[in-house]
Write a protein that binds this ligand. Structure first.
Ligand code: GDP
Length: 480
């Protein structure tokens, strides 16, 4: 736990210069933007005649998400599914086809709303919840924030294209999150479809489907012709039974924000996936540094509901401001408690931002010292370049730097601008983000600022390699 001198002075209503003077008397030289640890801050505060009440995260967040012993009443809950796979393999088409096939004719004119998640019913009557943002950007962003939302990943592979880079990425993301995969071989309507080839290619990545003697469930589908969609839903229901998913509906609700926005007419609107308990109109809720009282709950068809139980996605109206996707949501007992939590988190956020402003972000040098402290001898990198040729040249130049003692580890390398997904992956794997002759998309820039994850840009391979080399030899240098 740390604080900047400025923030400490603000909280005590003292002048920053007085804090600096006091530290100087104790032999410490500091600037106003410097970060000091909690113990030093406490000494300073007491020295200046303030009484100190240190609030630990465990106190404020106590009992918010984990109340053991209360979950004795467990009942089955629907599985939550994310669809992943390579671009253009049909993720969006499949999500749309599943939803439309499930709209009961005559039901509110068959109109569905896009709220970020929806629920359908499998042929056996079991409900299934789909996260409506395909791809692993959202998946990994949420995981990087500690939210586990997905129970099952449907891996879409186009039968005419086979296993591609993002297919492999998706497999790795699902595996890292310990979530089972169901393989959906899509576009089997195409004349050049080769589902057999997909199966054998998947073997190389240790995904062994049933027809190849493995245990991974599989189905051939066509999102376009709506072939075998029921079969896919059946498999998901089967996988869910195997997982034996359970949750207690009889407790204050907890969940995760799937997406959130400011709606002109309705104010802040957040789609929340309830994960435990039941959310009701009138509940007092907190998410990230936002709070509010539930004014209305709407389902994925835009209909008002009075409550939402486990695995149920709902639009929540009543937050004072829009929370962030991936924020965890909890119902609390009073507005005072909600205020205590959000104020604490707000302060934490400010402290972190200040610490970053003071240069404590993930720069190459800072990364290096972190890795060194952790005793790691590998240097994780996410690399995006303008063309395949330069990316390959960079990788082979970096591989030449590897020694027995230290090695560059390429978590991911690809062609194109830096995306939000790249940033999320770098964040989740503690890697340095490198752009070669490419820029970062706006969302990626915002994400990197938010996370304090520096993006390093290069246009000369030599400079890039030289920097990494310096950082790697820093890893080897004796700790002072
Ligand atoms: P995403 O990038 O994975 O979300 O892929 P899309 O759902 O946008 O699909 C990419 C393209 O493949 C679109 O032109 C779709 O119409 C087409 N497509 C998707 N599913 C099928 C299918 O089952 N059969 C055929 N023939 N085309 C499909």
């Amino acid at each position: 736990e740390t604080i900047t001198i400025q923030e400490l002075a603000n909280r005590m209503s003292e002048r920053g210069v007085d804090v600096i003077k006091l530290l100087m008397k104790q032999g410490q030289m500091h600037k106003i933007t410097d970060v000091i640890d909690a113990d030093t801050a406490q000494l300073v505060a007491e020295e200046l005649g303030h009484s100190v009440k240190r609030v630990a995260e465990s106190d404020v967040e106590e009992g918010l998400f984990d109340t053991p012993g209360e979950d004795d009443h467990l009942v089955s809950r629907p599985p939550v599914v994310t669809i992943m796979g390579h671009v253009d393999h049909g993720k969006t088409s499949l999500l749309d086809a599943i939803r439309q096939a499930n709209v009961v004719s005559g039901e509110a004119g068959g109109i569905t709303q896009h709220i970020g998640a929806y629920q359908v019913v499998a042929p056996n009557g079991a409900p299934i919840t789909f996260i409506d943002t395909p791809g692993h950007a959202a998946f990994t962003a949420m995981r990087a924030r500690g939210a586990k939302v997905t129970d099952v990943v449907v891996l879409v592979v186009a039968a005419d294209d086979g296993v591609m880079p993002q297919t492999i990425e998706a497999i790795n993301h699902a595996r890292a999150a310990n979530v089972p995969i169901i393989v959906a071989i899509n576009k089997i309507d195409k004349p050049d479809a080769k589902p057999e080839r997909v199966r054998s290619e998947l073997l190389q990545y240790e995904v062994q489907v049933e027809s190849m003697g493995g245990e991974t469930l599989e189905v051939e589908v066509s999102a376009l012709k709506r072939t075998n969609l029921d079969k896919l839903l059946e498999l998901i229901a089967l996988q869910a039974e195997l997982l034996d998913l359970k949750s207690n509906p009889d407790r204050p609700a907890e969940g995760t924000v799937i997406e959130a926005r400011l709606d002109r007419g309705r104010g802040p609107v957040a789609t929340v996936l309830v994960q435990r308990g039941t959310m009701r109109v009138g509940d007092i809720i907190v998410a990230g540094s936002q709070s509010g009282r539930v004014r209305a709950l709407l389902d994925d068809k835009g209909a008002n509901v009075t409550s939402a139980g486990p695995s149920f996605p709902v639009e929540v109206l009543g937050f004072a401001g829009a929370p962030d996707a991936g924020d965890r949501v909890a119902v609390v007992e009073s507005e005072a408690r909600a205020r205590e939590i959000t104020e604490y988190r707000e302060r934490l956020k400010r402290d972190k931002a200040a610490a970053r402003g003071a240069g404590a972000g993930r720069s190459l040098v800072e990364m290096m010292s972190q890795l060194k402290t952790a005793g790691l001898k590998e240097f994780p990198l996410v690399i995006k370049g303008d063309v395949q040729g330069s990316v390959e040249a960079i990788i082979s130049a970096l591989e030449k730097l590897n020694t027995d003692e230290v090695a560059a580890r390429i978590v991911h390398a690809g062609v194109g601008g830096i995306t939000e997904s790249d940033i999320a992956l770098a964040e989740a794997s503690g890697a340095v983000m490198i752009g070669f002759n490419v820029r970062a998309h706006k969302e990626a820039r915002e994400a990197s600022e938010r996370l304090g994850l520096e993006i390093r840009y290069y246009n000369i391979i030599y400079n890039l390699v030289d920097d990494v080399k310096a950082a790697m030899s820093g890893l080897l240098a004796p700790t002072l």
